[in-house]
Design a protein around this ligand. Structure first.
Ligand code: PXP
Length: 254
């Protein structure tokens, strides 16, 4: 199965908002990323609107011709915006005002009562719902029990351990992701992954056949400063394809 690439354009908006005004425009970035071969666009409308703003979401929905994955907290305000916008997909994420980025996954076990009506309302409206969670079996089970058809596994701890050279921790995190992806697929869930991925980690995780989508933002937008966004998206696509092809060839030999 193809491994889809969702490009997260939040940090184009971060740069724009540093000066106010309209430049650089995340919708223009989304169109460029699509032209370069990504499968969809992801954008996170945070409660504090620190990067993506309401009109970005409306314009993305109106102007792009690929699926829009709307990341949001499970609040009444965001549910109302999602129902009005009707994106292809919603990814429910935890949100803390003081965090620099989404630090961990949702606690689908503890937040079951809060998440259940949100998952239900979005699904009822025909929006594909995913829960951004750690790969612990109890989180995956809770997501399945909540009726979410998709989970997105938080890869942040694995990516941090890799970039900081903490080999033992990276191995532990990788095993959690690998076994979690298998377990989730076995429960009938569609499995996505994201957070902190770069060319190397995307190539590695592409080897897991259960994963059908990677959502990547910060590295791509940062790297685009040097290589341009089109080249960066193409390099990322190539890294993902290499990872999947190598894994298929290895599996065929066994
Ligand atoms: N997936 C989810 C659910 C996220 O919250 C984020 C960060 O906004 C990403 C993927 C992308 O992470 P990064 O910007 O580190 O690539």
């Amino acid at each position: 199965m193809t491994l889809r690439l969702g490009v997260n354009v939040d940090h184009v908006a971060t740069i724009r908002n540093a000066r106010g005004g309209r430049h650089p425009d995340p919708v223009r970035a989304a169109k460029l990323a699509i032209a370069a071969g990504c499968h969809g666009i992801t954008a996170h409308l945070r409660e504090d609107r620190r990067h993506i703003r309401d009109d970005d979401i409306a314009r993305l929905k109106a102007e792009i011709d690929k699926p829009l994955n709307f990341e949001m907290a499970a609040t009444d305000e965001m549910v109302a915006i999602a129902l009005k916008t009707h994106p292809h997909a919603v990814c429910l994420v935890p949100e803390k005002r003081t965090e620099r980025t989404t630090e961990g996954g949702l606690d689908a076990v503890k937040q079951r009562a809060q998440l259940a009506p949100v998952v239900h309302a979005l699904k009822h409206a025909g929006i594909r719902v995913s829960l951004f969670i750690g790969a612990q079996p109890e989180q995956i089970e809770a997501a399945a029990e909540l009726g979410a058809p998709v989970i997105e596994i938080h890869t942040g701890a694995w990516c941090d351990a890799l970039t900081q050279g903490h080999a033992a921790e990276a191995k532990t995190e990788w095993e959690l992701i690998r076994t979690g992806a298998q377990f989730a697929k076995g429960l009938g869930l569609e499995v996505h992954a994201g957070h902190g991925l770069d060319y190397a980690s995307a190539e590695t995780i592409a080897a897991l056949p259960q994963i059908t989508e990677l959502n990547i933002g910060h590295f791509l937008i940062g790297e685009a400063v040097f290589e341009g966004l089109s080249e960066t998206v193409k390099f990322m696509r190539a890294a993902m394809d290499r990872g999947r092809t190598k894994a298929r060839a290895a599996a065929a030999k066994q």
